[in-house]
Each structure stands twice: as C-alpha cells, then as structure tokens.
Ligand binder design. Structure first.
Ligand code: PGA
Length: 251
C-alpha cells in the first residue's frame, strides 16, 4: 500500500460552464480522500473558478503550463504568481504536447522546473520517450536526459516536492497504453536514477491511455504511484472509476 495521486489533464477541453458541471459531478462522489489525492488540471480560463469551488475539499487544482518569468512582455503567457493568485497548487511541466507541438526544449522545461521549485506550487513533471527513441533502444537515455536537465543544480530541499509523470509519447491519446512490463522498467529506472543521482524519492505517475479498463493492471504495480489521465478524465464516471481503483492500492 502506498500514497496514490490521481490527476486529470483536461487539455484544451471545457469552457466555464462545462468545467463547472464536470467538477461538480466529480465532487458529488461520496468518498474523495486525501489518499488518493485528486488533482484537476483545467484550462487557464477556469482555474480561478474551480479553485474557489474546490476550496475546503480534498480536491486540488493544477494548471497545464506556466512561464518561467514572473512578469513582463511575454504575450499569451501565464506566470507562476498568476497561478498562485488563482488558487492553484500544482502545475504540469514538460508535457509532450508542449514539447512536440509548441517546441518546448529540455532547456525551457528546466527553466520552468526551476521557477516552479522556487514557488509555492508543486510541479507534475512529464517525461517519456517517443516511439522512435524506444525503437532505437534509447528509452532510458531519454528519461535520464530529461531528468538530468531538470534537476541538475537544483537544491535537494526544493526538488523533493516534484511529482514525476512517466508518459511514453506513443501512448498519449492513442488508445495504446504501455505494457505492465514497460511501465515497471521505466518507473524502476526513474526511481533508481532520482534516488542515486538526486537523492530523493518522488512519486511516479503513469500517463498514456489510462482508462477504467486497464487501470487495475497499471495502478496495482508497486512502482506506480498513480496516474495522469487525459481522455478518460473528461467524463466524471470514467475518471471516478479510475479513482476508485486507485483507492484499493492507497495507504
Ligand atoms: P491520455 O492523455 O490519457 O488521453 O492518453 C494523458 C496525458 O496526455 O497526460
């Protein structure tokens, strides 16, 4: 048994009204607990509203991205102090859609991690290999490079709060989740590397086509501390059924 985290990444879905309705439906579930911890990451536009609605409950609200500067001439960007003022506690950093569609480099991701670690927010730091990297035997080298660029030079006391999400890029939104063996190997590598090189033990979530149908197989694994869920988080019923499954494996 272990502490579990179930996080929803709504991506670019749900306007104010839909976001309000979905959170309401999720929060009407009988038994939400601190363990598994539930984190909902809506689009920026509904962050403040949902933070207000979740206040006093065990549900936490997170953003899907941020800029590393506090303020200035960065049209279209959102800073960490803005997320703090919207009542946000978590922020997803380095999602593969940010890296691949919007050109975020390891260097930019590292600056974002550094900024989040210096703020009151907790990063949900996404790493994972592409199909090509897996095909050429570079899965672990990719994970190591992503971890090293983010954590090198960061103080132990600040990096310790990081949550890592292992999200193989080829499994995101494709309906093709990684096999239990692939997940176990990747999570074990991430845990060993962070422990031996960076001296801390982060929770490692799995993300990539996690659904009610495969949640038990994935979340029951010792090396998996929860999930980051995209598609299946857009319906209260499927998200809550994953949450219920996680509860079986929580402390
Ligand atoms: P998915 O997305 O569950 O739709 O594959 C996961 C993610 O991108 O975080």
């Amino acid at each position: 048994m272990k502490k579990m985290i179930i996080a929803a990444n709504w991506k670019m879905n749900n306007g104010m009204r839909e976001a309000d309705a979905l959170l309401r439906e999720i929060m009407s579930a009988d038994e939400l607990h601190d363990d598994p911890l539930m984190i909902i990451c809506p689009p920026f536009t509904s962050l403040a509203m949902l933070s207000e609605k979740a206040r006093g409950s065990s549900v936490r609200i997170g953003a899907q991205n941020c800029h590393y500067e506090e303020k200035g001439a960065f049209t279209g960007e959102i800073s960490l102090p803005m997320l703090e003022s919207a009542g946000c506690h978590y922020v997803i950093i380095g999602h593969s859609e940010r890296r691949n569609i919007f050109g975020e480099t390891d260097g930019m991701v590292a600056r974002k991690i550094a900024a989040v670690l210096n703020s009151s927010l907790t990063p949900i730091f996404c790493i994972g290999e592409t199909l090509e990297e897996r095909g050429t035997g570079n899965t672990f080298a990719t994970l190591q490079r992503q971890l090293d660029t983010a954590f090198k030079g960061r103080e132990k006391s600040s990096r310790e709060k990081t949550i890592i999400a292992y999200e193989p890029v080829w499994a995101i939104g494709t309906g093709l989740s990684a096999s239990p063996e692939q997940i176990r190997e990747a999570h074990t590598f991430i845990k060993e590397h962070t422990r031996s090189v960076f001296d801390f033990d982060p929770p490692v979530l799995y993300g990539g086509s996690l659904t009610p149908a495969n949640a038990d197989t994935i979340l029951s694994q010792r090396e998996v501390d929860g999930g980051l869920i995209g598609g299946a988080s857009l319906e209260a019923a499927s998200f809550l059924s994953i949450y219920e499954i996680a509860k079986k494996y929580a402390v």
